[in-house]
Design a protein around this ligand. Sequence first.
Ligand SMILES: Cc1cc2nc3c(=O)[nH]c(=O)nc-3n(C[C@H](O)[C@H](O)[C@H](O)COP(=O)(O)OP(=O)(O)OC[C@H]3O[C@@H](n4cnc5c(N)ncnc54)[C@H](O)[C@@H]3O)c2cc1C
Length: 408
Amino acid sequence: MSEQTKTSPGRRVVVAGAGMAGVQTAVALREQGWTGAIVLLGAEPHPPYDRPPLSKAVLLGKAEGAAFDVDFASLDIDLRLGVEATGLRPAERLLDTTAGPVAYDVLVVATGADPVTLPGTADVPGVYVLRTLDDAVRLRPVLAAGRDVVAVGAGWIGAEVATAAREAGCRVTVVEASGRPLAGALPAEVAAHMAGWYEQAGARLLTHAKVTSVAEGAVVLDDGSRLPADAVVVGVGARPATGWLAGSGVELAADGSVAADERLRTSVPDVWAVGDCASFPSARFGRRLLVHHWDNALQGPRTVAQNLVLGPEEGPVYDPVPYFWSEQFGRFVQYAGHHADADELLWRGDPEGASWSVCWLRSGVLRGLLAVGRPRDLAQGRRLIEQGTALDRTRAADPSVPLKAAVL
Ligand SMILES: Cc1cc2nc3c(=O)[nH]c(=O)nc-3n(C[C@H](O)[C@H](O)[C@H](O)COP(=O)(O)OP(=O)(O)OC[C@H]3O[C@@H](n4cnc5c(N)ncnc54)[C@H](O)[C@@H]3O)c2cc1C
């Protein structure tokens, strides 16, 4: 019998990281009938909370926090806050932490990701990232003061920060090194239509603009120009928070993520990994995926819990259709699937209008879908991607035809 098999009442699961993925792991284990002990360790002092509201309601002061509505005590989950995992000794089944070693039978790594910062800005006042509740609470009064905000990076976080800052009445400039917003995620012909959203919202978007230095109160660009900045919000991506695993034997991928297998097991027996810190091989998309989105931090833990309770013979393989949403400039933007540059792009609706979608097809089969203000397209498209369905191109390109009615 492999070591990574079924539950037994005396076995103890330790979860390192009490964000969405860690909390969901603990909750899903109880839902699946895990009767052994569950210890949930989180580095932050706050009761576990959800991150998407941080760049939306929390940043605007419309919500104080976003704590998960979970009664850990009644689920018999031993939640330990302010405890950071610092190392792993698999041979002894010990997790080293700032509160001393913690013994485990099964360990689930759920330490999420850390925001990438701009070199040389650590000690500059007025430079912010947005990853934690503390980050949002620090930034909130700056926005409320309605002054000059420079967002560095026109990705998902940059767009949401710009949206909130404009709503708060700030003067907003977004500085983007590439030629368009969301350059890593979407092709130029799609992203080009999103660039206009910044201007419509009264934010200035500077593309092909690199930050060379940040001083208190100003951002200097590579063309020598100086942007006044009461706050500089850096949104240039996040890296898996896996540095503490160095020397543990847990294999990491080149991007720093835990290289999990198709059931989210790591290279070390009885150690699993979920959420933003882990990548997994997707048979569906034919490549290893590192997904930094909320839905992945919900679905992965369910797969791990099922595998732990049922054992790997009966436990499911993890091969989701990735999904995320973003709320920016008054629009609800959703994406499902995974597309490649070579996939065929099909428009549904006028991208200059209020709502439209884009489909990506490979050999006629739907692989990815971006929906702006068309949640029904997203819901239907996500199912069609799951099913690997081929679409009739003419019908799929007609926004008046429900996507599910475009199936061949
Ligand atoms: C501001 C913001 C807005 C977002 N909005 C959206 C959105 O609109 N839509 C969407 O799909 N996704 C969104 N996301 C992404 C989504 O929130 C993440 O994918 C999700 O939070 C990942 O969950 P996680 O538990 O893997 O990681 P995290 O949420 O990062 O949680 C990891 C936890 O582990 C703790 N930790 C780290 N290291 C250690 C350690 N060594 N020991 C113990 N604890 C440790 C951290 O303090 C943290 O609390 C957003 C993210 C951010 C930051």
